[in-house]
Design a protein around this ligand. Structure first.
Ligand SMILES: [Zn+2]
Length: 312
C-alpha cells in the first residue's frame, strides 16, 4: 500500500490558512504561546508538517486524528496502531469541569500521537469514549456511570472492527481512575487478532518530582494539567474545595494491600480527593511534556513491533 508520504501533500501556505490556531487547536492558542515558557516543547503543527509540496492539494486535519481526516488520507495510510482515549463524565471538585478526564485523555492522545507520527509511526487516535466506571458516584448529580461489562462490549466491537481492517494493534489510553481495562483485555485477547494494551496516562511518569502533592482526583496534578490544556474551563482556585478525603477505618484498606471501592460522597465533601492549591499551568505543561514524550516513544516502538513475535 502507498504510504501517506507518497500520496498526500500539504503546502505550507495553504495549511497556515486552513489552521486557525485559536479556533481549531485550543491547545496551541497564540495567547498561550505568548506566555508559555515551555512553548518550544510544543512546536506548532504548522512548523512540523510531515510532507510538503508546493504544488499538491491541501488536506485539512491532522492525519493521526481520525476525527479530522477523510477517506482520502485513510485510504493512503498504512495505520499501524489505533489509540482509544477513554475518560469519564464526573464531578471534579468545584473548580474543574465534568469533562476533565475526557479533555485530558484527548489531549494526551493527540499530542503523543503527533509526536509518534513525526517520528514515523502511523498512529490513528480514535474519538474518545466519554463515560467511565462511576458506580461509587451514582448519588452525585450527572455523574454518568458506564459499567465494566458495557465497556468490555464496546472494546470488543472496536477491536473487531480494527481486526477486519488489518490494524493489528490497539492501545486503550485510560484517563479515569475507576476504569480498569486489564481484565477485559485478558478476556478479549485469546479470540482477537489485534494486540490490545492499555496505559493510564497519569502514571506513565513518576509524578512526585513535578508536584508537591499530586492528589487523586481534582488535585494538584489534574488541576495543573487542565490549567495547561483548557485554562478557560478552570474556575479560580479560590473557588475550589481542599479535596480532603476521609480514609477507611479498617487498617488494611488504609495501607493499600486490601482494596474496596469507595463511596465517594462519604469520603469527600467537595467531590475532590487531593488539594489543588499548589497547581499551576507551568507544572502541568512540564508533566504533560514528559508524559506525552514517553507515550509517543511507546507508540513508536509498538508500531514497529510484530504482534506475532512480541518476546525477546
Ligand atoms: Zn479526573
Amino acid at each position: 500500500m502507498l504510504s501517506i508520504r507518497e500520496e498526500v501533500r500539504w503546502p505550507v501556505s495553504n495549511r497556515a490558512q486552513l489552521i486557525a490556531p485559536d479556533q481549531t487547536h485550543p491547545y496551541f492558542t497564540s495567547r498561550r504561546a505568548a506566555s508559555n515558557p515551555y512553548e518550544s516543547v510544543f512546536t506548532s503543527f504548522r512548523e512540523t508538517d510531515c510532507a510538503i509540496s508546493p504544488t499538491g492539494p491541501a488536506v485539512p486535519g491532522e492525519p493521526w486524528l481520525l476525527s479530522e481526516v477523510t477517506w482520502k488520507t485513510v485510504r493512503a495510510t498504512d495505520y499501524e496502531v489505533a489509540v482509544l482515549p477513554w475518560g469519564a463524565t464526573e464531578a471534579h471538585n468545584f473548580h474543574l469541569p465534568y469533562g476533565t478526564d475526557n479533555h485530558e485523555g484527548d489531549y494526551v492522545a493527540r499530542e503523543a500521537g503527533r509526536r509518534a507520527w513525526e517520528a514515523g509511526a502511523r498512529v490513528a487516535v480514535l474519538p474518545g469514549i466519554p463515560f467511565g466506571v462511576n458506580t461509587g458516584q451514582l448519588d452525585i448529580r450527572l455523574c454518568i456511570n458506564m459499567n465494566p461489562s458495557t465497556q468490555g462490549a464496546i472494546l470488543s466491537d472496536v477491536a473487531h472492527s480494527l481486526e477486519a481492517q488489518g490494524i493489528r494493534k490497539l492501545v486503550v489510553l485510560n484517563g479515569h481512575g475507576g476504569n480498569d481495562f486489564r481484565q477485559m483485555i485478558r478476556e478479549l485477547q485469546p479470540a482477537s487478532g489485534v494486540f490490545i494494551s492499555t496505559i493510564n496516562w497519569w502514571s506513565c511518569v513518576d509524578s512526585k518530582p513535578y508536584f508537591d502533592e499530586p492528589g487523586d482526583h481534582g488535585g494538584e496534578l489534574e488541576t495543573s494539567a487542565m490549567l495547561h490544556i483548557r485554562p478557560d474551563l478552570v474556575l479560580p482556585l479560590s473557588e475550589a474545595g481542599k479535596g480532603k478525603a476521609r480514609t477507611f477505618r479498617v487498617k488494611a484498606f488504609r495501607e493499600g494491600w486490601a482494596w474496596a471501592p469507595r463511596e465517594w460522597t462519604r469520603v469527600t465533601e467537595d467531590t475532590g480527593v487531593g488539594n489543588p492549591a499548589a497547581a499551576s499551568a507551568e507544572k502541568g505543561v512540564r508533566f504533560l511534556d514528559a508524559v506525552t514524550g514517553k507515550i509517543a516513544g511507546f507508540l513508536v516502538e509498538l508500531a514497529a513491533a510484530n504482534p506475532d513475535d512480541m518476546y525477546e
